[in-house]
Design a protein around this ligand. Structure first.
Ligand code: NAD
Length: 353
């Protein structure tokens, strides 16, 4: 297959590109603006693979997108480019509206023009997969059933509002123009190459350096965690087998309170690399909660399991151990980012996504 991946230098995008190019042998064109969150080192292993290409561009540049599609001739577009950090969206929503809403619109229009000009089997086989989040569904109470594909949208942060908007655009382009779009909504991801402003890498790296481990509120917010390599296997499954116009929820059936996640990381590090100063749980520090912080997300991945046969391969215990070991072995990747070459450190914020 020939696949365009937008946002392919980001956390999930790079895992997807590695899976497509290295495991599945697909020809991949990465389109990425290389914001603070994009890092070509994360896909360096793919750059010499046959059919691999990298285009540094803004997805909101519709002409550049259409020209790239006409040149590369993709069978599918997998759209992951986004501004993705909730705290940044609270500090300033403009880039979120630009990339997540205007950018998705421009990309859909470019894909529509390209798809309209296709013929026969190529036209029938083309897919546009829009990758989104479970945060569009809002917040659950402790006893509410998990989000399903029919849960009404209730976005509550600027980030989730822009993602909800882009989901509606992707569905509308199917209903209105027939463009074969599909939408996936996934729970919180974790794993290698995760930017160090996000909760799990932040906790691993602060704990290694003996720094405070900030936890919002009382740490009782619940998230449903999925190992990133399980997510990208799900995305590759949907793009090959999913039905146009359909939505698939993706989750790891691993609901955890934030405090339990942080304690699990502390205990794992204590086992793998003991700290002479004592157990790392001593570093946990509760900080003032984020405004409008959603209490609980949980996702029901029944449909993708039933219809497409996807199941996560990692439990939280196995996935978090792989993740912690990766950070212990790959300081070359995260050290430069920790040393201040990104704006997140200036914000000093903590993400639970
Ligand atoms: P990320 O922030 O790590 O990466 C985003 C990538 O998009 C970066 O490489 C960045 O340079 C690029 N980008 C940003 N604006 C762009 C633009 N205008 N044009 C081109 N490229 C641009 O994000 P991520 O965590 O890998 O998330 C990827 C996608 O998955 C997002 O759409 C996000 O909403 C969704 N998602 C993320 C999670 C999660 O837990 N991280 C969960 C569910 C869904």
């Amino acid at each position: 297959m020939r696949i365009v991946v937008t946002g392919g230098a980001g956390f999930i995008g790079s895992a997807l590109v590695r899976h497509l190019a290295l495991d599945l042998g697909a020809a991949v064109l990465v389109i990425d603006k290389l914001t603070y969150a994009g890092d070509r080192r994360s896909i360096a292993a793919c750059e010499d693979k046959p059919g691999f290409g990298f285009l540094e561009a803004d997805i909101a540049d519709g002409d550049a997108m259409r020209a790239a599609f006409d040149r590369f001739r993709p069978d599918a577009v997998m759209h992951l480019a986004a501004e993705s950090h909730v705290d940044r969206s609270i500090a300033g929503a403009a880039p979120f509206v630009h990339t997540n809403v205007v950018g998705t619109f421009a990309l859909l229009e470019a894909a529509r023009g390209y798809w309209n000009a296709l013929e026969g089997d190529a036209k029938a086989a083309f897919r546009f997969l829009h990758v989104s989040t479970d945060e569009v569904y809002g917040s659950l109470g402790p006893n509410d059933p998990a989000f399903s594909e029919t849960t009404p949208y209730d976005p509550r942060s600027p980030y989730s509002a822009t993602k909800a908007s882009s989901d509606h655009l992707a569905r509308a382009w199917h209903e209105t123009y027939g463009l074969p779009t599909m939408v996936t909504n996934c729970s919180n991801n974790y794993g290698p190459y995760h930017f160090p402003e996000k909760l799990i890498p932040l906790i691993i790296l602060n704990a290694l350096e003996g720094k405070p481990l900030p936890v919002y509120g009382d740490g009782s917010n619940v998230r449903d965690w999925l190992f990133v390599e399980d997510h990208v296997r799900a995305l590759a499954t949907v793009v090959r087998q999913g039905q146009p116009g359909e939505t698939y929820n993706i989750g790891g059936k691993a609901e955890m309170r934030n405090i339990d996640v942080v304690e699990a990381v502390c205990d794992l590090l204590d086992r793998l690399r003991p700290d002479p100063a004592g157990p790392r749980r001593r570093l946990i520090t509760f900080v003032t909660d984020r405004p409008g912080h959603d209490r609980r997300y949980a996702i029901n991945p029944g449909k993708i399991g039933r219809e497409l046969g996807w199941q996560p391969q990692e439990t939280f215990a196995t996935g978090i151990e792989k993740t912690v070991r990766w950070y212990l072995d790959n300081a070359w990747w995260w050290q430069p980012l920790r040393e201040g070459r990104y704006a997140g450190q200036r914000l000093g914020l903590l993400e639970t996504t």
